[in-house]
Design a protein around this ligand. Sequence first.
Ligand code: ADP
Ligand code: ZN
Length: 431
Amino acid sequence: MYWAKEIEEMSRDQLQALQLKKLREVMARAMRSDFYQRKFEQAGLTPDDIGSIGDVTKIPFTVKDDLRDNYPYGLLTVPHKDLVRMHASSGTTGRPTVIFHTIEDIRSWADLMARSLAAAGCTPEDVFQNMTTYGMFTGGLGLHYGAETLGMLIIPASAGNTDRQIKLMQDFKTTVIHATPSYALHIGDVMQAKGYDPHQFGIRIAVLGAEPYSASTAAKLDETFGFTAINSYGLSEMNGPGVAFECARREGMHIWEDAYIAEIIDPLTGQPLPDGEEGELVLTTLDRRAMPIIRYRTRDLTSFVDAPCSCGRTHRLLTRFKGRSDDMLIVSGVNIFPSQIEHILMEFPEVGTNYQIVLEREKALDRMIVKVELMPEAFTGDIKDLNNIRKRMGESMRSGLLVRPDVELLEPGTLPVAQGKAVRVIDNRKL
Ligand code: ADP
Ligand code: ZN
């Protein structure tokens, strides 16, 4: 189903022409803020210097510290009376940053969200249970406004209280859920512990985002619940969710290019990378009024899929995010992303729904401990079986990561469950 068929199927040429026009306009608007006026002046740049979409690379980057240094109002381009809402990042990597919106901003964000949900297969017939935090975090209200714009019946459950979430699903016959992938895994565990088969709830679609998760985790969730897990990507600096979203075909996440310019750069040199190569995503808001952000370095690592989506939408596809450039762990000199560990673990059918990576330094040597919950069936009563799983996991990780961690096997429900973004890594080496 299409929400904005004309835009979603626009030819690449038309799309780029639209981007160019909007880029020049957004630069002119941005120059009303103290921050961009200074930045463009220093670079000796005006909108007239942008003659083609490729000229976007002439514009200097904006980074998270720019938002922090100009906190709270330094990037505003409209008078205060035009502002209607503020949101903040969840602050995963330091002081949260704040973003302001006009009513037009809120409406165009809701429209992008409605488009995303429709592309995923949601319709006004659906009952949508929104299980992420409402408030300054963008996931709750972002999806809420989008689902309402699409005309779904919304249960604004917010995060947490799993027993109540399950009851709401039963009472109102929820067909679509929105959660973090780690929380969805937890709900599956709780359902099973209560003697339910998660399939019996009849959930068709799960919109899952806010943190990286592997394709094997998505497949595991699909199998547990019988729904289709849809990957949803966004960040508060670019509104929040609705930046890139899987359609029902799930060949990658469509980045909505009428609203954002996406580039992928080498994080070390800042130079653009050829399509298909993995690097850091850089984004420009094309529609935002209150607080446009141009060439924002997201620190999120992904690549463009080198082929168009079979659904017919022309907006390019991004691959599943590997994590953030600052998620990378250096263990005994080897670079490891937590997502690589997740990928290896989820290949084991015995693995349950939660894991954690702990790093210690002992006598100047790094030690990595992977704590992993197993499915109840894995506990056969025979210690040999557990030793065997531990050994196979250790070997898989050594050949996949070049570092052999200590594997600690745990019973289901042992590790803490986050209501928001999961905390996967505990690095005690810095202490
Ligand atoms: P922060 O976590 O930086 O405080 P946000 O709450 O705005 O701020 O979260 C945005 C970040 O969450 C993104 O930059 C990205 O790192 C991560 N993220 C969001 N959705 C996904 C996804 N589907 N896959 C991987 N990472 C995601
Ligand atoms: Zn598609």
